[in-house]
Every structure is written in C-alpha cells, then in structure tokens.
Design a protein around this ligand. Structure first.
Ligand code: FAD
Length: 402
C-alpha cells in the first residue's frame, strides 16, 4: 500500500469522520481523514447529546474521549409551555437507556476525536479541502492541501462533510428536503444564571417560538432560539444579539437569566428543515452524519444519529469482507432509523410548531389524552428511534383512535 492508498478515506473530520477513523483504525484499517479546517472554532453546532446518543457513544467506544474533552452529565430536563409551570424530568431514571443528557463544547470534542483517531493509527490531514471524486475500481479523492492539489485512493470513501455535503453530489446521490419553516439561531453565553444541572425548553405556541438552554461547564450556557422563517430575519452577528435575547424572553426564558450574561461566541442561525439521502451508499461511497441525514436541530437528534451511523457502518464493515455488501446493509438500516426520527419530528412539528385555532384545538385534545394515558406519547427524542411508526402508533399519538 503506498502512502496515498488507503482502505478508507473520510471527507471531513468532524464528529462523524473522526469517530469512524478512530474505531476503524483500532481494527487495523488504513484510514485517511481529510479535514479542511486547520483549527476548529465555534460554528454553532450541536453541543447537547440526548440520552440515547450517550448510549451510542459508549457502544462505539468514544464516550471517554468526549468526557475527557469536557463533556458532562446534565440530569434534568425542564419544559415550560405557554409560560406555565415547568415540568421537570429526571432523565437517568426515565429514559430507555437510563442515561442523562451529555453536553460539551463542540470544537473541543472535534479536536479530541481527531487526536484519538491519530493515536489509533489513522492519518489526519488538516487544511485539506476535498475538491472532487473519481469513482472506479479504486476511488480517487482529489484535495487541495496547502495550496497543492493531491490525489489519494481508497476502497471506500466516506462522505462525512456535514449538512451542506458536496460528497453527496460527487457520489451521485439525490438529496430530499422537508419544507422550510423555521430558523434555528444559537449563541454561547458566559455568566448566565440558569441552573447548570438542567436543560431548559421554553415554548410559546401563538408565535411559534422555542428557546433552549444547554448548560456547559464554568458558567457557560449554549442558548438556541427557533423562530418562524416567515419573520424574514436570519439573526447573525453582534447587531442581532439584543433581538435574540428579546425573542428568547418572549418564548418564556426568565429575563433574569440574561442579566450579567455576556456573549462568548458568534451568533449564527440556520435553516433547519431536514435534509437526507435515501440509501446513503452507492458505488464505493457511504455517507454518514449530517451528510446522510440532518434533522431539524430543534429536536436535538443530530449528534446521536451521527454516532449511530458510525456504529452501524463500523459493524457492517467489520462483519463482511465485501464492503459493497457492508455499505448496502448500512444504508438499509440508516433508512429505517432516520425515517423514524424524521417522521416523529414531523408529528411533533404538527403538534407543537403550527399556529392557529385548528392547531390550538389539536394541542388541547392531545395533551388531555396524553395526561390520561402517557403511553400515547413517543419518547423517541430521548430514548431513541427503535420503535414502530405505523398507522396505529400515529393514531394513538394524535388521539385519533379515541
Ligand atoms: C444550530 C445547530 C444546533 C444543533 N444542535 C444540536 C443539538 O443540540 N443536539 C444534537 O444532537 N445535534 C445538534 N445539531 C446537529 C449536530 O451539530 C450535527 O448533527 C453534527 O455536528 C453532525 O456531525 P458531522 O460530523 O456529520 O458533520 P459536521 O459537524 O458538520 O462536520 C463536517 C466536517 O467536514 C469538514 N468538511 C466539510 N467539507 C469538507 C471538504 N470539502 N473537505 C474537507 N473537509 C470538509 C468540516 O470542516 C467539518 O469539520 C445542531 C446543528 C446546528 C446547525
């Protein structure tokens, strides 16, 4: 094998690419990670992993890396609807994997996982921007490294290049997208007085506003705000910070939490509609993480889905010598669990995000039925996508069987 010839090349060394490189290198695969960033910075990515993702991290063998990078347990979730009394839930005792949520600073876990991949024997090329692929018997990845165009070959190319993946186009995949309705804005604060053992979620139905607070260590809190695209404002940069705070308070966040809090990173917002690829393997290219399927950040599934992808792909690659078969088996599984997440997300959007009299009537009816019979609810977003979503489940969720 030459120094440019690998078993696996990952395009991107974020959570997905770096984790796959680590776990495959540990099993003796020759892995190259091509990552465009020379140093990771705050790009307003996921920093709060739900309980089922913690279980995935443990099964995959990256949990200790995340913890060493500053990850910590957040035991409670408080949800406050319509500025009402918050409902408090202890996650460790009420989720299927019996885990709390797990928060971290995203750039730190990216650095830590790439280091772990390198320690396991993967070759890490930073400042390497992939430009295109030539697919054939051996697949050629063309990248610019320090201004010089270089070619690398591999048996398997893994597109781990995120929500706006270009690997999808190079690999000939078709991208599906849900209708766009919401922006998700995020900003890191220092000195916020919100309790640090609790994730907070505040929601006002009339304005379709949803504010989330994810505590990090040392008085840092990652705040998110989801608001209608119809408002025509994509919040960004210092000029919009006051509006971000005002709208968060309108959503129900106590004003006092922001007193004395100072921004500790950039304000950025994103269109949050799900994007995905059906069957994310074809012709020697597998897609993982956001490149394969990105759900709306409001529901907090992206980190967990990314680790599920890595675990499932790893298991199929290790269990089968013919990696085309492994790729197809991974893609079939991905279709199943991603569809569960995306479908349950659509049901929650209908219930919690839509505005108007019809939506209010639906909520009133459904919440009453859920109180009588809590098994009608779906705990997918905390406990994971391993459950059916057939018509009877949908009817029970919306109380149409009553
Ligand atoms: C505002 C917001 C809030 C979120 N909140 C949550 C949350 O609370 N909980 C949760 O679970 N998830 C959340 N997510 C989702 C989560 O961040 C993603 O699911 C996760 O980061 C996906 O990891 P990834 O490795 O697939 O992609 P990314 O993290 O996007 O990594 C892709 C990597 O590829 C590199 N790259 C891209 N193109 C190239 C190229 N051509 N050549 C070389 N390298 C390249 C990039 O530099 C990057 O390092 C949120 C996302 C957003 C946008």
């Amino acid at each position: 094998m030459s120094s440019t010839d690998f078993d696996i090349i990952t395009i991107g060394g974020g959570l997905g690419g770096a984790s796959l490189a680590k776990v495959m290198a540990e099993h003796g695969a020759q892995v190259l990670v091509l990552e465009s960033e020379t140093k990771f910075k705050d790009r307003v990515r996921g920093e709060a992993m739900v309980s089922w993702g913690v279980n995935e991290a443990k099964e995959l063998g990256v949990y200790s890396n995340l913890r060493d990078a500053g990850g910590w347990d957040v035991e409670f979730l408080e949800v406050s609807l319509e500025a009402g009394k918050p409902v408090r839930r202890q996650l460790r005792s009420t989720t299927n994997p019996s885990e709390p949520r797990f928060n971290f600073y995203h750039p730190d876990i990216q650095e830590s996982l790439l280091q772990a991949a390198s320690d396991a024997g993967a070759v890490i090329q930073r400042g390497a921007r992939v430009r295109h692929l030539r697919l054939g018997d051996s697949h050629v990845v063309v990248a610019t490294v320090a201004g010089v165009e270089k070619e690398f070959t591999a048996r398997l190319v893994v597109g781990a290049d995120g929500r706006y993946s270009r690997a999808r186009g190079w690999g000939g995949f078709q991208v599906s997208e849900n209708p766009e309705s919401t922006f998700c804005a995020g900003l890191l604060f220092q000195g916020m007085t919100a309790p640090d053992d609790t994730t907070h979620n505040f929601r006002i139905f009339e304005k379709s506003l949803n504010a989330l607070l994810f505590p990090q260590r040392s008085g840092m809190v990652r705040a998110y705000l989801c608001y209608p695209m119809a408002w025509g404002e994509q919040l960004s940069a210092d000029k919009d910070i006051r509006r971000f705070i005002n709208w968060s308070v309108e959503a129900g966040t106590p004003k006092g939490y922001f007193e004395g809090a100072v921004p500790a990173g950039p304000l950025a917002s994103f269109k949050s509609a799900s994007t995905w690829v059906e069957h994310p393997y074809r012709g020697g290219v597998a897609l993982i993480g956001d490149a394969a399927g990105a759900t709306d950040p409001m529901w907090g599934q992206g980190l967990s889905l990314t680790l599920r992808d890595v675990r499932v792909l790893r298991d199929h690659l290790l269990g089968e010598r013919d990696w085309a078969k492994s790729g197809h088996a991974y893609a079939e599984e991905h279709d199943r669990y991603f569809t569960v997440c995306n479908t349950v997300q659509a049901w929650h959007e209908r219930l919690l995000v839509e505005t108007g009299q019809e939506a209010n009537a639906l909520r009133a009816r459904v919440f009453q039925l859920w109180q009588l019979d809590p098994t009608r609810r779906l705990d997918t977003f905390a406990s994971g996508p391993d459950h059916p979503i057939d018509e009877s489940v949908r009817r029970r969720f919306f109380g149409e069987d009553w």
